[in-house]
Design a protein around this ligand. Structure first.
Ligand code: GAL
Length: 691
C-alpha cells in the first residue's frame, strides 16, 4: 500500500517534469531548428542582413551571448546590453526567437587581473590564465560572486522579453579537475559532509594501505594521480574527487538557474548543453534544469563504419545522446550540431553530402524537440577559423551543410502536415521497450581499474545499446531511483558498485515479471568501491544464480572460445568463470583454456521473470546479441535485425530510417514514403507514417 502511494507520487513528479519540459515545445511543432549567431564577431551594419537571411532560410530561433561576458560587462559593474538588445529586436522583427547563453565560460580580462586566483589549477598546479574559455575555478567564492552579478543583471534585463525562449547556462559543462587552493578547501568540506568523521573517511578510502592514514580532514589534499604515479594512486580517493568535481559542476549550474528563476518569466526555459558523450558533468546531479540538452559533433569517433565511415560520422554519438539526454527529464534537444567540417579533430575531412541532413533526422527520430546548428557564419579569426558554418566565409552563401539544413527545415514542414496527435507507438515496438542502467560513478571507477587494455567501459555499454537498436527496441537510460516497472527489459552493463537495496530492487522487478540482463563486472564492489569479503559476485550470488569465482583476460591477438547452443564464439577481453547454482540454467560455457567446461552465461527464473548474467565480452558482440534475442524470444516479443549503423526508429506517428553504414540497405516497407525510398543508401533518410 505504502509502496503504491510512493510509486504514484513518483509518477506524478516524473509526469510533472516531462509535462513541464514539453510545454516549451508543443509536440505538433515536431523539431524547431535554430542557429548560433555571434553579433560581437561582426560589423553592426551586417546584423540586419544576417538576421533577415537566417529567418529567410527558415530558421526559427538564434542562440547568442554565451561567450560575450567582456562585451556585456566591459568593466566591473558596468553593463552594456545595447548591442544585444539591437539584435534581439531584429530577431523579433523577423519572427525569430532567441536562446541566451549566460557568458560564464569566458571571464573578462579585468576580472582575472583583479583576482588572479579565479582560475583553475591543473594537475601540475599550474594556474590557467586569460585568453581561453572554461578556465574558472567553480568552487571559488569570488567566481560565484561575479557569476551571480552578471547572471542577475542579464536576468533582470531580459526577464519579461517575449522574444527570449530560454536560457542555456554556461557552455558544455565538462567538469574540470581543479587543484587550486579554493578547490582543495571545498573538497575537504565535501568530504566532511559525506563522511562526518575522519575514521569513516579512512575506512572508505582504505588508508590503512601504504600508510595513508589521516587524523583530521585538514590533512587531506586532493589525491593527484600524476604526482603519486598513476599505478600507485588510491582509486577510492580518486573516485571521490571525480564525484566532488561533478557535484561542484552541477552546483554551479543550479546556482545560476536559481538566480535566473528569481526574475525570469515562466515561459523561458533553463537548460545547459552537455557534451554528447562527455563523462565529467553528470546531468542527474543537477536539479534545477527544465531539461538537459546536448552538443553533438559526430564527425569522427569510435564507430565510423566502412570505407565512407570517416565522412558519415560515428553513429554512436547521436545514438547515445538521443537516448541518454531524453531520459534525464523526458525532453531534450540538440543545442549544437556541426554543419560541416570542424577544426579540432585528428583530421577534419569533408562530410559525405547528405550527412548533416542524416544527423538532423537521427536527432528527430531520437526525440529532439529542437536542433541548433553551431554556427551561422564561419568566423574569420580566432581559434575556430576553419570551422564550417551554415554560410561560408563570404557571410551569405550557403555551405553544403547550410543547404542541407534548409532542406531539413522544408521537410519538417511536410511532416507537420502529416502529423496527428492521436498517433500511437505500434504495439510490436512498444513490447520491446528496454532500459539501460548506467551511472557515471561506475564509469569513472571502471575506467580507473580496467585490468586490461582491451577494456573500454563506453564500448561495453554501447555494444548493448547498439544491439537493442539493431533489434528495433526503443531505449531509455535509467538510474537506481527510477521506476523499473515501466520496462519489460532492463540491461545492466558492467554496473560495478551495488548495495543491498539495489539488489533487492532488481529482485522484486524480476519477481514481478521483468527481464533483467546483467553483464560482467556488475556487482563486483560495494558503493565505496571495495570488493566483497566473499567471492567476486558477493551480494549478487543469489540474484544471478551462481558465483563468479574468478575472471580471465587474454593477451593481444589471442582469443578463447565459448559455446552456446552448439555455436562457437570468440572472446578476448573479459571472461568470468561462474559456478552455477542448481536452480539456474547454464547457457554458455568455455570450450578451451584450462577451465574448459566452466559456465560464463547463466540465467535464472525468479517469480514471474528472469535474470540473465552474461559474464563475458565476446569479440564482435554476437554472443551478447544472441542472448538478448533469446530473452525477447522467451517473452514472445518479435524483433528486427537491422545492420550496424542502420537505425529505424518510431517518433510521433512516423518511422524514420537513417543509414551510417557504407552499404545500401533495403527497407522492409511497401507503403508510401513521406521522404526517401525503400533503398536506404549511405547517408540517406527515409520517413513514412507508422501503422
Ligand atoms: C563545441 C563548443 C562550441 C564550439 C564547437 C566547435 O564543443 O561548445 O562552443 O567551440 O565545439 O566545434
Amino acid at each position: 500500500m505504502k509502496r503504491q502511494v510512493i510509486i504514484t507520487l513518483l509518477c506524478v513528479v516524473v509526469f510533472k517534469v516531462v509535462a513541464q519540459g514539453q510545454n516549451f515545445f508543443p509536440k505538433e511543432d515536431l523539431m524547431s531548428i535554430g542557429v548560433y549567431y555571434y553579433p560581437e564577431h561582426w560589423s553592426p551594419n551586417q546584423w540586419e542582413r544576417d538576421i533577415k537571411n537566417i529567418a529567410g532560410h527558415g530558421f526559427e530561433f538564434i542562440h547568442m551571448a554565451e561567450f560575450a561576458w567582456a562585451q556585456l560587462e566591459p568593466s566591473e559593474g558596468k553593463y552594456d546590453f545595447t548591442w544585444l538588445d539591437k539584435v534581439i529586436k531584429l530577431a523579433e522583427a523577423n519572427g525569430l526567437k532567441v536562446i541566451l547563453g549566460t557568458p560564464t565560460p569566458c571571464p573578462p580580462v579585468w576580472l582575472g587581473i583583479k583576482h588572479p586566483d579565479i582560475y583553475v589549477k591543473d594537475v601540475l598546479y599550474q594556474r590557467k590564465e586569460h585568453g581561453t574559455r572554461a578556465n574558472m575555478s567553480l568552487s571559488n567564492p569570488k567566481v560565484l560572486d561575479y557569476t551571480q552579478k552578471i547572471v542577475e543583471a542579464m536576468a533582470k534585463h531580459y526577464a519579461r522579453n517575449k522574444t527570449i525562449m530560454g536560457w542555456q547556462i554556461d557552455n558544455e559543462p565538462e567538469a574540470k579537475e581543479d587543484y587550486s587552493e579554493a578547490s582543495q578547501a571545498a573538497f575537504r568540506q565535501w568530504l566532511m559532509a559525506k563522511y562526518a568523521t575522519v575514521d569513516a573517511l579512512n575506512k572508505a578510502w582504505g588508508t590503512a594501505f601504504w600508510s595513508q592514514l589521516y587524523s583530521s580532514f585538514d590533512e587531506v589534499n586532493i589525491h593527484n594521480a600524476t604526482n603519486v604515479g598513476w599505478w600507485g594512486a588510491n582509486p577510492i580517493a580518486l573516485l571521490d574527487f571525480k564525484r566532488y568535481t561533478a557535484d561542484t559542476q552541477a552546483a554551479f549550474l543550479d546556482f545560476q538557474a536559481e538566480e535566473l528563476r528569481k526574475y525570469i518569466d515562466k515561459s523561458q526555459f533553463i537548460t545547459t548543453n552537455y557534451v554528447a558523450k562527455g563523462n565529467g558533468a553528470d546531468p542527474r546531479r543537477s536539479t534545477q534544469m527544465d531539461f538537459a540538452s546536448f552538443t553533438a559533433y559526430p564527425n569522427y569517433g569510435s564507430a565510423n563504419l566502412g570505407d565512407l565511415g570517416f565522412r558519415l560520422g560515428d553513429y554512436s554519438v547521436l545514438m547515445y545522446a538521443n537516448d541518454y539526454y531524453k531520459s534525464v527529464d523526458g525532453v531534450t534537444g540538440v543545442m549544437e550540431i556541426q554543419p560541416g567540417q570542424v577544426n579540432w579533430a585528428n583530421h577534419n575531412s569533408l562530410l559525405q553530402p547528405g550527412t548533416v541532413r542524416m544527423w538532423l533526422w537521427h536527432c528527430f527520430a531520437g526525440g529532439s524537440s529542437f536542433a541548433c546548428s553551431y554556427r551561422y557564419r564561419q568566423v574569420l579569426y580566432g581559434a575556430e577559423q576553419y570551422h564550417h558554418g551554415i554560410v561560408s566565409t563570404d557571410g551569405v552563401s550557403l555551405s553544403q551543410g547550410g543547404q542541407e539544413y534548409v532542406q531539413v527545415m522544408k521537410e519538417i514542414k511536410l511532416l507537420k502536415e502529416a502529423y496527428s496527435s492521436k498517433a500511437k507507438m505500434p504495439k510490436a515496438i512498444q513490447k520491446r521497450k528496454a532500459a539501460i542502467m548506467w551511472s557515471f560513478d561506475n564509469l569513472w571507477n571502471l575506467e580507473r581499474q580496467k585490468q586490461t587494455y582491451q577494456w573500454d567501459s563506453w564500448m561495453h555499454m554501447q555494444r548493448y545499446q547498439s544491439i537493442l537498436h539493431a533489434l528495433g527496441a526503443p531505449v531509455d537510460f535509467i538510474s537506481e531511483e527510477d521506476d523499473f516497472n515501466d520496462y519489460p527489459f532492463i540491461i545492466v552493463p558492467a554496473y560495478e558498485m551495488v548495495d543491498e537495496d539495489l539488489v533487492q530492487k532488481w529482485k522484486s522487478y524480476v519477481a514481478q515479471g521483468g527481464n533483467l540482463i546483467i553483464s560482467t563486472r556488475t556487482g563486483a564492489k560495494d558503493k565505496n568501491a571495495h570488493l566483497w569479503e566473499s567471492n567476486l559476485s558477493g551480494i549478487m550470488n543469489e540474484l544471478i544464480g551462481g558465483k563468479v569465482t574468478s575472471f580471465d583476460m587474454l593477451p593481444a591477438g589471442k582469443s578463447g572460445e565459448v559455446v552456446m547452443d552448439s555455436q562457437t564464439y570468440q572472446w578476448s577481453s573479459w571472461g568470468d568463470r561462474i559456478s552455477a547454482s542448481t536452480n539456474s540454467e547454464i547457457l554458455a560455457s568455455y570450450s578451451d583454456q584450462f577451465y574448459k567446461g566452466d559456465a560464463c552465461v547463466i540465467s535464472k527464473s525468479i517469480g514471474k521473470g528472469k535474470v540473465w548474467y552474461i559474464g563475458i565480452e565476446s569479440l564482435y558482440g554476437q554472443l551478447e546479441k544472441d542472448v538478448l534475442k533469446r530473452a525477447f524470444d522467451d517473452n514472445k516479443v518479435s524483433v528486427e535485425n537491422y545492420p550496424e549503423g542502420v537505425f529505424v526508429m518510431y517518433r510521433d506517428g512516423f518511422m524514420v530510417a537513417v543509414n551510417y553504414s557504407s552499404e545500401a540497405y533495403e527497407l522492409d516497407y511497401d507503403g508510401n514514403y513521406l521522404l526517401g525510398e525503400k533503398t536506404l543508401k549511405p547517408a540517406a533518410v527515409s520517413v513514412w507514417k507508422s501503422k
